[in-house]
Design a protein around this ligand. Structure first.
Ligand code: UD1
Length: 357
């Protein structure tokens, strides 16, 4: 029996593949590589010494996706695939509703049809909107404030309804705070296309000399130094959270929701200072206007995941900065170096299951 991982080549997906393989799982990845590179999976295989079965297809392609369910014995699905750029979601909301919501419905229909009723879903702290207080626990009011956030919130609601309609389902919704860092090998990490929207990839691009200065979006928030505070979590801690969530999903039914964060907030200036001390690289900064829709402070109450999943983030901000920098400094252009794979165990075919027309 295998675990189907959608979007497994992405930042969180690839790190989770490593932890799943290390935990002895067989994995099948489905990815359209629209915002990722198959090289990340190549490296996952090199890091773990294990193989992955990879399907290059789009989740909207129902017919091809059905083949995956027919050919493989799937025990559970971890659904990462989705678009995640807030600004783009405002410009092109239909693209987000189609890609994020329609794909989730398609995958759930197939799961229902093939009686694979175990699902772990990637949600986001974005579903809390601009929270009135912190730390944020799972029972806080939900109020997404942009199309991207609304796709996450709508999918959460769809999944709750799915369970009501068929209570054989076991669904775990994970609300991520701010994942940064990279695998300690420095071989995989975050590889955004174009100019990064998020803080840490922007900092590492400045550090590696590809961008000149970090623009800090506002320094007049009611925080320790006026800059925005977030709950940064090491992507490997997050990946381990998925393995524990999967175990729990396989052992029960119902819908469970967990925050995955550290419970500690850092301001933008604190992150810059942690990065500089972890790496010795100076980051030039410039204070600019606040970014519309940004909360002043956002950090998790992670106690529920600790109690029910026995999960707790272990890696601190310095390790997050060191690992982000190891990845970026060794791979200044991300996965773009298309070196020939040395790993014969990787089963990858561009044409796999793509109809011959
Ligand atoms: C952002 C998204 C959120 C999404 C998450 C995915 C917005 C408004 N929010 O969260 O919906 O789930 O990414 O990872 O886009 N900052 C700068 N300069 C930069 C970049 C960021 O000062 O160049 C500041 C931001 O104002 C914020 C902090 O750094 O205070 C973190 O920003 P970011 O990494 O973009 O994460 P979020 O805004 O929390």
């Amino acid at each position: 029996m295998g675990i189907l991982v959608t979007g497994g080549a992405g930042f969180i997906g690839s790190h989770t593949c490593i932890e799943l393989l290390n935990d002895g799982n067989e994995i099948i990845v489905v990815d359209n590589f629209s915002n990722s590179n198959p090289e990340s999976l190549n490296r996952v295989c090199r890091i773990t010494g294990k193989s992955i079965k990879i399907y290059h297809l789009d989740l909207l392609d129902l017919e091809s996706l059905e083949e995956v369910f027919l050919v493989n014995q799937i025990e559970a699905v971890i659904h990462f695939a989705g678009l995640k750029a807030v600004g783009e979601s405002v410009q092109d909301s239909l693209k987000y509703y189609k890609n994020n919501i329609a794909t989730t419905i398609i995958i759930c229909e197939l799961m229902q049809k093939y009686s694979v009723k175990n699902l772990v879903f990637s949600s986001s702290a974005t579903v809390y909107g601009l929270p009135d207080t912190v730390p944020i626990s799972e029972g806080f009011p939900l109020k997404a404030i942009n199309p991207y956030g609304r796709t996450k919130l709508m999918i959460e609601e769809i999944l709750q309804d799915l369970y009501i309609s068929d209570n054989e389902w076991s669904i775990t919704i994970l609300r991520y705070f701010n994942p940064i860092g990279a695998h300690e090998s420095g071989m995989i990490g975050e590889d955004p296309s174009g100019t990064p929207n998020n803080l840490m990839p922007y900092i590492t691009k400045v550090a590696v000399g590809q961008l000149n200065v970090l623009n800090i979006f506002g320094n007049d928030y009611p925080t320790i130094d006026g800059t925005g505070v977030r709950d940064y979590i090491h992507v490997v801690d997050l990946a381990i959270g998925h393995v524990l969530a999967l175990d729990k999903t396989l052992k029960s039914t119902g819908v469970k929701i967990y925050n995955l964060g550290t419970g500690k907030g850092y301001s933008v200036l604190e992150v810059v200072s942690a990065f500089e001390s972890a790496t010795g690289v100076k980051i030039p900064i410039k204070i600019t206007n606040p970014r519309p829709g940004d909360a002043a402070i956002c950090y998790a109450d992670p106690k529920k995941a600790e109690k029910e999943l026995n999960w707790k983030a272990k890696k601190g901000i310095i390790e997050m900065c060191e690992d982000s920098w190891r990845w970026q400094s060794r791979n200044p252009d991300g996965f773009k170096i298309n070196e020939e794979s040395e790993n014969p165990r990787l089963i990858y075919s561009e044409d796999f299951l793509i109809p011959n027309n």
